[in-house]
Design a binder for this molecule. Structure first.
Ligand code: SF4
Ligand code: SF4
Ligand code: SF4
Length: 427
């Protein structure tokens, strides 16, 4: 009996080398129990591109689709190369070069990207702040209008695809916000290019990601290429670049700053904590402190975290879910009206993007590695002067110059989306 997951040759994120497979069944077990897909599918197996199987396959015969050749071609194309770097990529790439997990390598990563030919290097933490601005306003709007049912986060493309495939009846509950990377891409194409007078056709945009599903998402929203941490490390080694030896460099202006709230997007619970900081700001017109600023009950690696928080007289009921397998359990309970939440964060990977399918492959049965990467993000957040999205000066400028206000017509046009089609997916 074939115990291996079935990966189509057209899958935009994952490839399978069947020759090396010894039919151990680890991948189908992960995909069934953690991801909630394989054992729940009929013949047309809908991979959600999360890459969890690529981390766990002992033979490494499941891998990210290697696009380093495309990266090389783009870097030699003579066009303007614009990189953006996701929060969770900076706390893991050092491991590929023999460093301890959980060292924040942002400065060295920026230097490495300049060295291989990046003209502009932006921080996706800016895009995360933008997502927080829009998503917090969307949540407050739903509560004000007394719209029933939970609002689900939408920044994880594997979760969005899971919802589209298995629970289409809940698509109206998904936040309409694009992901941070897709929002940042929209700002690159509609603001950065204009400010710098660069024709969009002369720009190649590339995201550095912890995530294989971003290769699938980019077909939908851009950028031109999504390169995982594993691929980037491979490329740098081929170019004889040892990231450990580089000096720190800063992200480029316009999208160079992110708040602590944007940074913790890379870990489970981080989206919720950041959104609640901004919900507090919207409702109270002042910055949060204490329990709202440090919303500790949504932190950690438990599969399903439940919390509630009272802001301006309204008690927000919240669930934070690690893994689409657990999302399936919660959705079934919601269907039966056994539970009720106002806001639900779902990340397909256990621990969030810090353990994404494109991260360094490390068997982490004690969760020590996840904790170290997670703590690196929380420690950076704690030290930051700007911890709320709306305090980010780059965010203020883009609203002033381009978007107006959250949920404005312009913001909806550029930063929001609809769901339901499957024409975007290379399966
Ligand atoms: S985990 Fe790897 S070796 Fe085991 S069945 Fe899956 S692909 Fe084959
Ligand atoms: S990428 Fe995710 S959904 Fe696809 S086969 Fe692997 S574990 Fe399953
Ligand atoms: S949790 Fe993060 S890394 Fe994992 S699939 Fe979702 S977006 Fe990608």
């Amino acid at each position: 009996m074939d115990k291996c997951v079935k990966v189509s040759k057209r899958n935009s994120s994952i490839v399978l080398d069947k020759e090396k497979c010894d039919n151990c069944g680890i991948c189908s077990s992960i995909c069934s129990f953690n991801v909630g897909v394989y054992g729940f599918s009929n013949e047309s197996f809908p991979c959600i591109n999360c890459g969890s199987c690529t981390i766990m396959c002992p033979k490494k015969c499941l891998s990210e689709r290697d696009e380093t050749d495309i990266l090389r071609d783009y870097l030699h194309s003579g066009k303007t190369i614009v990189f953006q770097v996701a929060p969770a990529a900076r706390v893991s790439i050092g491991e590929e070069f023999g460093l301890e997990p959980g060292i924040n390598m942002a400065g060295k990563l920026v230097s490495a990207l300049r060295l291989i030919g990046g003209d502009y290097i932006f921080d996706t933490t800016f895009g995360a702040d933008l997502t927080v601005m829009e998503e917090a306003s969307e949540l407050v709007d739903r509560i004000n209008k007394k719209i029933k049912g939970p609002m689900f986060t939408s920044c994880c493309p594997a979760w969005v695809k899971f919802c589209e495939m298995f629970y289409p009846e809940y698509l109206g509950n998904l936040s309409t916000c694009k992901s941070p990377i897709a929002m940042e891409e929209a700002i690159i194409r509609n603001y950065f290019s204009k400010v710098n007078n660069i024709d969009n056709d002369d720009i190649i945009s590339i995201s550095i990601v912890p995530c294989t599903a971003k290769k699938m998402e980019r077909v939908r929203f851009g950028p031109d290429l999504a390169i995982t941490v594993r691929e980037l490390a491979r490329y740098l080694k081929e170019e004889y670049i040892d990231i450990r030896k580089l000096k720190d460099s800063k992200f480029d202006n316009l999208m160079s700053t992110g708040s602590g709230g944007g940074l913790i997007f890379g870990t489970s619970g981080g989206v919720t904590e950041s959104v609640m900081r901004e919900v507090y700001h919207i409702l109270n017109k002042k910055r949060p402190k204490g329990k709202v600023l440090n919303f500790k009950s949504v932190r950690g690696l438990s599969n399903i975290k439940e919390a509630s928080i009272k802001i301006k007289g309204y008690t927000f009921r919240i669930a934070v879910i690690n893994g689409t397998g657990d999302a399936r359990k919660v959705l079934e309970k919601i269907k039966k009206k056994e539970v009720y939440y106002d806001f639900i964060e779902v990340m397909a990977c256990e621990g969030g993007c810090i353990s994404g399918g494109g991260q360094p492959r490390v068997y982490d049965n004690t969760n020590n590695l996840k904790k170290k990467r997670m703590n690196a993000l929380y420690n950076s957040d704690k030290k930051m002067k700007t911890r709320c999205a709306s305090d980010n000066p780059d965010i203020k400028r883009v609203y002033k110059d381009l978007l107006g206000s959250p949920l404005s017509e312009k913001a909806k046009e550029l930063l929001h989306t609809t769901y339901g089609g499957d024409e975007f997916y290379g399966r």
